[in-house]
Design a protein. Structure first.
Ligand SMILES: Nc1ncnc2c1ncn2[C@@H]1O[C@H](COP(=O)(O)OP(=O)(O)O)[C@@H](O)[C@H]1O
Ligand SMILES: [Mg+2]
Length: 301
């Protein structure tokens, strides 16, 4: 994590694109704000856009803008986020969700450094630093042709991989204390701290939702502690107490079957439920996969 932050500060001053990868909730967006704050554009706007939240046509006009009459309901000219972020930083969050059609247009904007609003023939110069974040494996998406290779290389001039919380366990307690302090201030409930038993549970848990999950768990704990000076076990979420969400790869208590089941599910999900593809990715025959799915109760029959 220190290496990631050091690199983030170094690249902040250079105006290059940066691609941040890592699981959801690890702090990617937070780091992009840090990059912006340390850059020469710090006084300019920082505009995050969640590319996964909008359908294709809306995303296009959000990013590039549109002119009056470009489509039904376009009753006036609309400046896109590229123009709004002028002299600042634009964060394309969940960049892996951008549909191929918009990817082409995005690539053109990056190459020509100018945007054309939807429905317009004029172009406007853009002066924006582009940052991108994703929890998807873009390289894999490039191989599957769901993400353009040329755009991928444009975005990942510098790439930063933010590690999951379970890979930097030393961060758990400092973050937990910080979130508890903040919770106490938000709810005006007087200072409270975590009991030793609670700390122990926080350390034992694998935090699949990463920092975001820890943040929510601590806010909840402060509320449930109802002004008591100590946060006890009963104030923690049940999954933390039970140790659910333990990561397969470093939990020695899991059986081989547990790990296999989990891995098959993960690959199946990545392959969008397509069994042939899944079998190929797992390096096993289709009928072997079929048998395992049945054996594990993952399919009927
Ligand atoms: N080092 C940190 N210190 C304090 N809060 C953090 C830290 N890292 C992440 N967070 C918080 O955790 C939550 C998730 O972070 P975010 O940057 O949105 O993650 P991501 O973009 O990777 O999903 C946010 O509320 C953020 O403020
Ligand atoms: Mg995010």
């Amino acid at each position: 994590m220190r290496a990631v932050l050091a690199l983030a500060e170094r690249v902040a001053l250079v105006d290059s694109p940066v691609l941040l990868t890592g699981e959801s909730g690890v702090g990617k967006e937070r780091i992009t704000r840090l990059i912006h704050a340390h850059s020469r554009r710090a006084r300019g706007p920082f505009i995050p856009v969640n590319c996964g939240a909008l359908p294709e046509s809306l995303l296009e006009s959000e990013l590039f803008g549109h002119v009056k009459g470009a489509f039904t309901g376009a009753d006036k000219d609309h400046k896109g986020l590229f123009e709004a972020a002028a002299d600042g930083t634009l964060l394309l969050d969940e960049v892996g969700e951008i549909p191929l059609g918009v990817q082409v247009k995005l690539l053109r904007v990056l190459q020509d450094r100018e945007v054309r609003r939807v429905g317009s023939t004029e172009t406007h110069a853009v002066n924006v630093r582009l940052l991108a974040a994703t929890n998807r494996d873009l390289e894999q998406m490039v191989q599957e042709r769901s993400f353009r290779k040329d755009l991928f290389y444009r975005l990942k001039v510098v790439s930063l991989e933010v590690p999951p919380l379970r890979r930097r366990r030393e961060d758990i307690l400092p973050l937990a204390h910080q979130f508890v302090r903040r919770g106490c201030a938000t709810y005006h409930c007087g200072p409270c701290s975590l009991s030793a038993a609670a700390l122990d549970k926080l350390l034992a848990y694998n935090w699949p939702g990463n920092v975001r999950e820890l943040e929510h768990a601590m806010e909840r704990a402060v509320v449930l502690a109802e002004g008591k000076p100590k946060i006890e076990l009963t104030d923690l979420p049940p999954e933390v107490l039970q140790g659910n969400g333990a990561a397969a790869e470093d939990d020695a208590s899991l059986t081989l079957a547990d790990v296999e089941r989990r891995h098959i599910l993960r690959v199946l999900e990545r392959c969008g439920g397509r069994r042939k593809e899944t079998a190929r990715a797992l390096g096993i025959a289709s009928n072997t996969l079929w048998r395992k799915l049945r054996e594990y109760g993952l399919i009927q029959g």
